[in-house]
Design a protein around this ligand. Structure first.
Ligand code: PLP
Length: 369
């Protein structure tokens, strides 16, 4: 059966409903405590690309495994990019996305960096909206629940030559999720890696490509061995400036009320959450700086009381206080190792807009259902 789930008429997004969707009672059980990234919905979006047809065959279809040639270039040279975004349940029972246009633009930028054809923004948005409409019942109703959407693009084909592919698959899968951090602790701890860097100038640090994450796993494992929740990376040249976590941006809050985050100089991801918090902080009248911050300064400021709060932020982790920072030269704690007032205020302002508990003066909400 082919129907159309797109409300906009500028797309040819076909809808092939899953023949065997998960029964409602089973879905309800899965949604009671979904964790993060292990409960998947009934459908997926797919759009294919080749040089002759361009982007074609856009469809929402039953979630299914891919079949690919073992010489497919994504399997060898990691020509791959992805995105991460969420759909939230509205107080009236509907559903909305948060700044999906920002993800569409970042996805197109990542594509260019990885020598892939950018997906037109409208196609990206239609595929996401179509999937959320098809799987709207999978959005948890719990307080911190949401539908995490994972758009990605892979190089396909059959060749081992070292060149960009000419065939690509774009797909979106969706996962019902709860809180990202399982811990009941009021803050997370960070391990400052001195051995590994995440990104160097001229590299792929500001693209959201799988390779960046593969390269950070060993450092994350090191963090866990050190008894920490997450790894924090320093810059590749001086090994001095705080860049970001494996999957989150970082903010610092000072006793004078100002807020600081590392600048976008090409090696860190342009976080949508980071950008939204900068806007919210400015509109709250806070002094906001996008300036480099040295790891030794962080320690000195935490110890002197000049720095009172720090937090990590991202779509998955939302806003998470940082309570303890450990490195090869010892460790320091921040504030009372619990959420501070500025972190709390910024977090509430963001979450209230995302979940429809506060007005959206910025036009960030994209109502889907
Ligand atoms: C490396 C990295 N930094 C920062 C972020 C936060 O970005 P966003 O707020 O757009 O989720 C993410 C998550 O996507 C990430 O993977």
């Amino acid at each position: 059966m082919i129907a159309d789930v797109s409300e906009a008429d500028h797309t040819d997004l076909a809808f092939e409903p899953a023949a065997k969707p998960v029964p409602a009672e089973e879905r309800a059980k899965l949604l009671a405590d979904p964790g993060f990234g292990r409960v998947f919905t009934d459908h997926m979006a797919i759009i294919e690309y080749d040089e002759r047809q361009g982007w074609h065959d856009a469809r929402i279809t039953a979630r299914h495994p891919f079949t690919m040639d073992p010489a497919s270039p994504v399997l060898h040279y990691a020509q791959e990019i992805f995105e991460g975004m969420k759909a939230y349940r509205r107080p009236d029972g509907g559903a909305a996305l948060f700044r999906p246009d920002a993800n569409a633009r970042r996805f197109a930028k990542s594509a260019l960096r990885l020598a892939m054809p950018p997906l037109p923004e409208e196609m990206f948005l239609d595929s996401i909206r179509g999937l959320v409409r098809a799987d709207r019942e999978w959005i948890p109703e719990t307080e911190d629940g949401s539908l995490y959407l994972r758009p990605f693009m892979i190089a396909n084909g059959s060749f081992l030559g070292m060149r960009p592919s000419t065939e690509f698959i774009y797909a979106v899968i969706a996962s019902s999720v709860g809180a990202y951090f399982k811990t009941d602790a009021p803050s997370v701890s960070l391990w400052v890696t001195r051995e590994y860097v995440r990104a160097a100038p001229g590299g792929t640090g500001e693209a959201k490509c799988g390779g960046n994450y593969a390269g950070s796993l060993v450092a994350q494992a090191e963090a866990v061995r050190q008894g920490c929740d997450q790894v924090v990376f320093l810059d590749a040249i001086e090994r001095r400036w705080v860049e970001e976590l494996g999957g989150m941006n970082v903010f610092f809050v000072f006793a004078d009320g100002s807020v600081q985050t590392p600048p976008l100089t090409g090696t860190i991801l342009h976080g949508v959450t980071r950008d939204s918090l900068l806007t919210l902080a400015r509109d709250m009248g806070l002094v906001v700086r996008e300036e480099p911050y040295a790891i030794d300064q962080w320690r000195a400021d935490a110890e002197s009381g000049r720095l009172t709060e720090a937090f990590a932020c991202g779509t998955a982790a939302v806003v998470t206080p940082i309570g303890r920072v450990k490195g090869t030269d010892g460790e320091f704690t921040i504030g009372g190792q619990s959420i501070g007032p500025t972190t709390m205020r910024l977090r509430s302002a963001l979450v209230d807009i995302q979940r429809g508990h506060a007005p959206d003066p910025y036009g960030w909400i994209d109502r889907v259902v």
